[in-house]
Design a protein around this ligand. Structure first.
Ligand code: 6R9
Length: 633
């Protein structure tokens, strides 16, 4: 039975029910899934711990809700349509039955290589169907997957492997990305020099480039699956058994391993997918994210497949071999729902309308946005030229930690308002609070965004460090989950997300902690101290600006700046490379020694108004030097 909301009054009705009787509301939705044993209690929760359990003592396997649930009706329906990086290469269309068999076969391969229920498996792969097969196979045998975006460096990869003590890495020889070919296996080799827990590496042949294969450790994917059966009995999992760990940046130094569990994540991703995108059976849905991010987990793989949808997976980039690539793919497969990020829209907007001209885009019914606030200009361009003015544009606000979309219009059901995420989904109770944590009720209010009641796909912990989970998300405001975002409820009652209020920068929709980038910069032997802030960037949304105190001996300013950028690229990955590096004589500090980031943010955004009183600083004179150094005086 579908729980798709059909009308505005239906939304209002469902929302009210979900707030008045959340347990009854979610129990009714969960009943439409296949459970090996139904739950004894719908919800157990306490935000102090935090300790949240949904569908307590329920037993299930999430992949049975994709495969066994649909095989008799959808065996021959395409589950995944895969479009390669290079349009000249053949595409692949994989039906539900084929995906089922490929998943089972890979389960058998993983088992033969020593993977058991509870083991952690790292997936560091390109956007190919095998990445989804790897995730599903882990879930089916009860292993915990942790996908690491294949643009991260070897040391970022090693940190994640060590944090969760993974036993295996799944990777490829190389990745195609636009005109580039990236030697991924070499990155893995470097990473696992320092990861004692890794026993095996399975390598998918993708680019055919030469790689070193270490005997007894490395095995080709095609050899690993050879001779294995296409049948595998799904492991019985508890609702609260871990499904995956996904690392994400926060305001503290190292990325945190956000933990999602089986039952609640399953229920929420399908429910939110069907409702936000108003997916109808037979539609072709396309989300352009990478499976290395939460959007790829929830809205390329799990949500759509749980809904029995056809999900398109694209290996490449928006501008290769030409800036009309996205639109070409939309027409080629008659895509009905298209979901992308504002940064991609802005990048394509810069190419003008010409690349759109050869394509009709007539099949599109719904367009969506995710990852960062969408500015009004990009909103209108996307709405008018891609959606041709007649597709609802769902601006979906959510986070790695929330597992699924929290605030968004339901396409064509609830009203669209440019640059507003708008209204919460049923079951989601957002509140705007002031600095003291008082709830700001009514309209026309602005403050920090919290959620005051659990929803099924809320994070359960941060891997190996529950205290951190408590401190980061549940301690700032007592009894509430704190999102780290600022928000405004406008005069009509629609929510607008204002961006992060903590030390997290959002670069092209990717989260970077300022402390994390500073730690990387400080690895350079010539660096004495650094401070990193975000600044407005036309395409990326935010760019990274680094202020660095250096020992200049033997270096020119230019060479040092490049070395610093390179250090960050090597330590974290290309996405964290600073856009600007400014060498400074000092950093503005308070008398207690805290860096005044507010001033640095102002200078980085070339805005010298309201710098505030700098006379109370420990070193007021550096402010002038910094302003001059930035070329603003
Ligand atoms: C799904 C995802 C989460 C942060 C979040 C917020 C920003 C995401 C947004 C948005 C405004 C939207 N964000 N969607 N801001 N409007 N529609 O992106 O997860 O990578 O964890 O990032 O992204 O700041 O806190 P994640």
């Amino acid at each position: 039975m579908s729980h798709k909301i059909q009308t505005l009054s239906g939304y209002i009705h469902e929302y009210q029910k979900s707030v008045l009787q959340p347990e009854a509301f979610w129990a009714r939705i969960a009943e439409s899934f296949h459970w090996k044993k139904t739950w004894d209690k719908t919800l157990d929760w306490d935000f102090e711990g935090p300790d949240v359990k949904w569908f307590v003592d329920g037993k299930l396997n999430i992949t049975e809700n994709i495969f066994e649930r649909y095989l008799h009706t959808k065996g021959d329906t395409p589950a995944i349509i895969w479009e390669p990086n290079d349009p000249k290469e053949d595409n692949r269309i994989i039906t539900y039955r084929e995906l089922f068999e490929l998943t089972n076969q890979f389960c058998n391969a993983l088992k033969a290589q020593g993977i058991q229920k509870g083991d952690r498996v790292i997936i560091y792969m390109p956007m190919v169907p095998e990445a989804a097969i790897a995730m599903l196979a882990c879930a089916r045998l009860g292993a915990v997957h942790s996908v690491v975006f294949a643009g991260f460096s070897s040391s970022s990869l090693a940190d994640r492997i060590n944090d969760c003590e993974a036993k295996m890495v799944l990777t490829s020889d190389g990745n195609f990305r636009g005109a580039k070919q990236i030697p991924v296996k070499a990155v893995v080799d470097e990473a696992i020099e320092n990861t004692p827990s890794i026993e095996k590496v399975i390598v998918l042949k993708r680019t055919g480039e030469e790689v070193t294969m270490k005997a007894d450790r490395d095995i080709w994917w095609h050899d690993a699956i050879a001779g294995h059966s296409a049948a595998f009995k799904a492991e019985e999992m508890d609702s609260e058994d871990m499904l995956f760990i996904l690392y994400t940046s926060g305001s503290t130094g190292k990325p945190k391993g956000v933990v999602h569990t089986t039952g609640g994540y399953m229920v929420y991703t399908q429910y939110s997918f069907e409702n936000v995108f108003q997916y109808t059976q037979g539609d072709v849905y396309w989300c352009t994210a990478d499976v290395g991010w939460i959007t790829g987990h929830s809205y390329i793989v799990y949500g759509p497949l749980l809904a029995g949808a056809t999900t398109l997976m694209f290996e490449g980039v928006p501008t290769f071999p030409h800036a009309g690539r996205f639109w070409e793919i939309c027409d080629k497969y008659q895509v009905n729902q298209f979901y992308t990020a504002p940064t991609a829209i802005r990048a394509l907007q810069a190419h003008g309308l010409e690349p759109l001209e050869p394509y009709s885009l007539q099949s599109l019914k719904v367009i969506g946005s995710v990852g960062e606030p969408i500015n009004e200009e990009a909103w209108h361009w996307y709405h008018d030229h891609v959606g041709k003015g007649n597709c609802p544009l769902v601006d979906t606000w959510w986070q790695t930690e929330t597992g699924g979309i929290m605030i968004s219009a339901l396409a064509g059901i609830t009203p669209n308002k440019p640059a507003h995420a708008s209204l919460p989904l049923p079951g989601i109770q957002p509140v705007i609070v002031d600095a003291e944590g008082n709830e700001l009720t009514g309209n026309n209010v602005e403050g920090n965004l919290c959620i005051k009641f659990p929803w099924p796909s809320i994070l359960r912990t941060t891997y190996g460090d529950h205290e951190k989970c408590k401190n980061v998300y549940f301690s700032t405001y007592k009894g509430m989950y704190f999102t780290g975002d600022g928000a405004k409820r406008d005069h009509d009652g629609y929510l607008r997300i204002l961006g992060r209020v903590d030390d997290v920068i959002n670069v092209s929709g990717h989260r970077m902690g300022t402390a994390e980038v500073e730690n990387a910069i400080n690895e350079h032997p010539k660096v004495i101290e650094s401070a990193v802030v975000g600044f407005p960037h036309e395409v990326k949304g935010q760019g990274i600006y680094a202020y660095v105190i250096c020992d200049m001996e033997g270096r020119t300013e230019e060479s040092l700046k490049n070395e610093i950028k390179d250090t960050v690229r090597k330590i974290i990955g290309p996405i964290a490379k600073p856009d600007e590096v400014q060498i400074v004589p000092g950093l503005p500090k308070t008398r207690s020694g805290k860096i005044m980031r507010r001033i640095l943010r102002k200078v980085a955004s070339k805005d010298l108004s309201n710098l505030g009183d700098t006379s109370t600083l420990l070193n007021p004179e550096v402010v002038d030097d910094i302003i001059k150094g930035a070329g603003l005086k």
